[in-house]
Design a protein around this ligand. Structure first.
Ligand code: GLY
Ligand code: MN
Ligand code: MN
Length: 428
């Protein structure tokens, strides 16, 4: 029998934290559906992050009902054992194995979900469940809620209110616990080492694809399950496409390659970007802009302390990059007008930071509108990724800078003191 390789008390303790103020409510989370690639071949399976966060259970076709403070409190629905399917697809825990290994109160086959979940939801006032993510499971939930209504004779009171589980769980996921910090440190360390391994393989004539493959090898050889998102291996003008996906061009002398790639380690993502000159040395103009960008990144990192408003990171970045564009004579005119009219977006069109965790663009709400931001807190992990991109057809740029795309991205843990740069091993 396979055994979970993590201590399930991690997940039990987490549920206690999540459930503390939720008495009278239930949370229902479902496993990710499998994605068919063609006929009977599937894309690699990755568990839903919220489901994993609460259960640690990695199989598809599963669901979890959590009723804080009630008995039973935790009920996991899983695929039944099936020797024939297991011959083809591999081991399944089945209800008994799941009960033995995952520290939950009860387990049942997933086929019994509607009937049993309806009984469990009879006793709560509201249910947190994320609709519109998986239409097939939404239908099962709908069936369940109709059963609750019938059993409870709720006709007059209507259907049990459903609230979105995503923002609720997002608030917890935003502040990393001790286990998560350890996973994220290792994830960033693995990705940083793999970035460093690539440096000696960067040369004219090498394919972006070769670097993609080497990076994948280097993170997986260190224990990652794979990349945390499809890496961006973008040489020359490809680097001005923010989420370049082709990764199939040859590197050319004089160009710069931008590599934005991370690891997924025990479900936790890293997200690192480095830029290297293909011929081993930047031109003096490339070096100048690179150094300025690095300066912007340092400045932003120095602000990443508890209490700093998330929006401040972006404001400081815009100010500094507008200065850079003015100094390089790419933009002209008044600084205020450039900012007011968003003219800098030609060279810097994205945000400087996002949360990082189980997902590369992780859960956690920030209202970017004028009057509501979000102060940084100890235990948050965020990227910091200023970038500067000069379109290949930019008539305002000198020839030698056209098609240059630079981004420098690190992963930062907010602590009560100095920010911890989780990805600091990656050479700049
Ligand atoms: N790798 C995607 C991003 O940096 O947000
Ligand atoms: Mn990022
Ligand atoms: Mn990135």
């Amino acid at each position: 029998m396979r055994k979970p390789h993590l201590d399930m008390n991690i997940f039990k303790a987490r549920r206690q934290k999540v459930g503390k103020d939720l008495v009278g409510s239930a949370i229902v989370v479902a496993a990710n559906p499998e994605a068919v690639r063609n006929f009977d071949v599937h894309h690699p399976y990755r568990q839903d992050s919220n489901f994993y966060y609460l259960t640690g259970f990695e199989e598809p076709e599963s669901a979890f009902v959590f009723r804080p403070g009630m008995h039973p409190e935790t009920v996991l629905f899983v695929r039944a054992k099936n020797p024939e399917r297991e011959t083809w697809d591999g081991f399944r825990y089945g209800p008994e194995g799941a009960k033995e290994n995952f520290l939950v109160d009860q387990t049942y086959p997933i086929e019994e979900f509607e009937q049993r979940a309806a009984e469990l939801l009879l006793e709560v006032d509201q249910v947190y469940y994320s609709q519109y993510r998986d239409p097939a499971f939404d239908r099962r939930m709908q069936e369940t809620l109709l059963l609750v209504q019938a059993k409870a004779r709720r006709a007059g009171r209507g259907i049990l209110p459903v609230l979105d589980a995503y923002p609720l769980l997002g608030e917890f996921r935003l502040i990393k616990d001790e286990h998560e910090v350890a996973m994220m440190r290792r994830s960033a360390e693995i990705a940083a080492e793999a970035h460093n391994e690539l440096i000696e393989h960067i040369a004219p004539g090498v394919s972006e694809r070769t670097l993609f493959g080497r990076f994948t090898y280097d993170i997986m050889a260190r224990g990652a399950s794979g990349q945390s998102y499809q890496g961006i291996f973008a040489s020359g003008p490809n680097a001005t496409t923010l989420h370049y996906v082709f990764n199939d061009q040859e590197l050319r002398a004089g160009e710069v390659i931008l590599i934005d790639a991370g690891a997924e380690y025990n479900y936790y993502a890293s997200d690192i970007t480095r830029c290297h000159p293909v011929s081993g040395k930047f031109t003096s103009r490339q070096q100048e802009i690179y150094d300025q960008l690095l300066g912007v990144q340092k400045k932003v990192i120095s602000l990443m302390k508890p209490g700093t408003d998330f929006r401040k990171l972006q404001q400081v970045t815009i100010d500094a990059l507008v200065d850079l564009a003015l100094e390089q004579r790419l933009l002209k005119g008044s600084r205020d007008e450039i900012i007011e009219k968003g003219l800098y977006q030609k060279y810097y069109p994205h945000g400087v930071s996002h949360f990082l965790g189980l997902d590369v663009h992780d859960a956690g709400k920030v209202d970017r509108s004028k009057d509501q931001g979000r102060p940084l807190e100890e235990g948050m992990v965020l990227t910091v990724e200023p970038g500067f991109y000069i379109p290949q057809q930019d008539p305002d740029a000198p020839e030698e800078l056209r098609g240059l795309g630079l981004r420098i991205e690190d992963d930062i843990l907010i602590t009560s003191e100095e920010p911890e740069v989780l990805s600091q091993l990656a050479k700049k």
